[in-house]
Write a protein that binds this ligand. Structure first.
Ligand code: ZN
Length: 399
C-alpha cells in the first residue's frame, strides 16, 4: 500500500493526469454509510448489511479523463425569486418567516427497484417521487447546501428550505440510456431524471442536490461498467444545472482508523480526481464516509490542510443521521457537523409527520438572504437559540 501511495505521489507530481489509475489498488469499497455520528440525536441508523458494491477493477481510460469544459454561457440555472425589500407587516403575516427554524438535509444512497422493505439504503424511483411530491406540497424548496452553510439562503418568501444529498454516486442516482437511434438520454427513473422531470413540471420547483461521489467510478456502480464513458458528461451536467458535487474520499475510508496524512491524501486526491472530470466543480463539502470523523471528532484537518504543496480546505462536513439541521444562526450550528435524515420510510415518516404537527420548528424563508427574520414567539425548541454573531452582516428583523 505504501508503495502504491509513493507511486501515486510520483505520478501526480510529474503532472500526468493518469492519476485516476493510480488508485486501482485502493479500495473504493463504497459501502454505504453505517455509523451514526456521536452526537446524532434521535438517530438509529441501521448498520449496512448489504454486499459491498463492486470495486472498480479497470483504470479509467485516458478518454474518460479528457475534460472539455463547456462554455460558461451555456449554463442555465433557474434563479430563485429574491425578495429585495424587507417584508412589510402584511407580508410577514402572510409568509410567517422563521429563519431560526430547522432545515432538513435528506440523505439518499441508492435509487432503484428493490423488494426488501428493511433495506434502508435504497429508495425506489416511485418512493423518491413521493418524497419530492410531499416536499413540494408542503412548501419545501430545494437549496444548495453551500447556501445553507454560508447563510445565503435565497428560497422565496414563505418557502421552507430543504437540502437533498446523495452519497456514493450509485448508478441509480444518475444513469444514461442509449436510445435505438443512438441518442443518449437521462434515465427518467434515476434520481437526476426524476428531479429534472419535477423541475420541468412545476414552475416553482428547482432541482438540486449534493452528489458526493466516489471518483474512481462516478455513477458507474454497481454493475454499470457501461456508464463509465459518461462520467465527464454527467459531472459537467450536474454543475451546469444547479446541482453540487461533494467529496466522499477516494476509497470511502473510515477516517477514525487512519493516520492524519492518509486523511489529507484521501480528501485531496478525491478533489483532484473530480476536478479532472469537471474543472469548475467546487467540492468543498464532505459527506463523511460511514459518518466516522477523524479520531476524537477532530475536524481541524477539514478546516485547512496541505497536500503535495497545495492548500485545501472544506467548508462543511455532513454526518450520517439523524435529525433536522439547525438554522445557520442557531447556537448549535457548526458547518463541520451537519446532521442529516436518512431517506427511509421510518425516518422520513417520523420527520414528515413531526413537521406537519410542529410547523413552528421549521425554517421559513423571508425571501431575502440579507435579512434574518424571526418571530417574537418561537417554538419551544428555538427559544434563546439565536447566536447573533452568526447573523453578523445581516439585518435582524423580529416581528
Ligand atoms: Zn458513502
Amino acid at each position: 500500500m505504501a508503495l502504491m501511495i509513493l507511486i501515486g505521489v510520483f505520478v501526480i507530481s510529474i503532472g500526468i493526469f493518469a492519476s485516476r489509475s493510480i488508485d486501482d489498488d485502493s479500495d473504493p469499497s463504497g459501502t454505504p454509510d453505517i455509523a451514526t455520528s456521536s452526537n446524532a440525536g434521535t438517530g438509529d441508523a441501521t448498520p449496512e448489511d448489504s454486499t459491498d458494491p463492486e470495486q472498480p477493477s479497470e483504470p479509467l481510460s485516458d478518454d474518460d479523463g479528457a475534460v472539455e469544459p463547456e462554455a460558461t454561457n451555456a449554463v442555465t440555472i433557474e434563479a430563485p425569486e429574491v425578495q429585495q425589500e424587507p417584508l412589510n407587516e402584511e407580508e410577514l403575516q402572510e409568509y410567517q418567516p422563521n429563519e431560526l427554524g430547522q432545515i432538513m438535509v435528506l440523505m439518499y444512497h441508492r435509487i432503484e427497484a428493490q423488494d426488501n422493505p428493511d433495506d434502508v439504503w435504497t429508495r425506489t424511483p416511485d418512493q423518491f417521487r413521493g418524497d419530492l411530491q410531499w416536499l413540494y406540497e408542503n412548501d419545501f424548496y430545494i437549496i444548495p447546501i453551500r447556501d445553507y452553510i454560508r447563510n445565503e439562503i435565497s428560497a422565496p418568501a414563505g418557502k421552507r428550505p430543504v437540502v437533498l444529498t446523495f452519497d456514493d454516486g450509485t448508478v441509480g442516482q444518475f444513469r444514461m440510456i442509449e436510445q435505438d437511434d443512438g441518442s443518449v438520454i437521462i434515465d427518467p427513473d434515476s434520481a437526476v431524471g426524476i428531479l429534472e422531470e419535477f423541475d420541468a413540471q412545476y414552475d416553482d420547483f428547482v432541482a438540486g442536490g449534493l452528489f458526493s461521489i466516489l471518483p474512481l467510478a462516478p455513477f458507474a456502480w454497481p454493475d454499470a461498467e457501461d456508464q463509465r464513458q459518461y462520467a465527464s458528461d454527467k459531472l459537467q451536467f450536474l454543475i451546469d444545472n444547479g446541482y453540487e458535487l461533494g467529496n466522499h474520499t477516494v476509497g470511502h475510508v473510515n477516517m477514525g482508523e487512519i493516520p492524519d496524512e492518509e486523511i489529507k491524501s484521501e480528501l485531496a486526491r478525491a478533489e483532484r480526481l473530480i476536478t479532472d472530470y469537471a474543472p469548475e466543480a467546487d467540492i468543498s463539502v464532505l459527506a463523511v464516509p460511514f459518518g466516522v470523523y477523524p479520531a476524537g471528532g477532530d475536524t481541524s484537518i477539514f478546516r485547512g490542510w496541505e497536500y503535495e504543496g497545495e492548500q485545501y480546505e472544506l467548508e462543511g462536513a455532513l454526518m450520517v443521521g439523524a435529525e433536522p439541521a439547525p438554522s445557520p444562526v442557531h447556537v448549535d450550528f457548526d458547518p463541520m457537523w451537519i446532521p442529516r435524515i436518512n431517506a427511509d420510510d421510518e425516518q422520513l415518516g417520523r420527520w414528515f409527520s413531526f413537521v406537519e404537527e410542529n410547523p413552528g420548528i421549521m425554517y421559513v424563508s423571508d425571501g431575502n438572504p440579507d435579512t434574518v427574520t424571526i418571530p417574537e414567539n418561537v417554538h419551544s425548541w428555538l427559544v434563546d437559540t439565536l447566536d447573533e454573531d452568526k447573523a453578523d452582516g445581516k439585518t435582524l428583523i423580529r416581528y
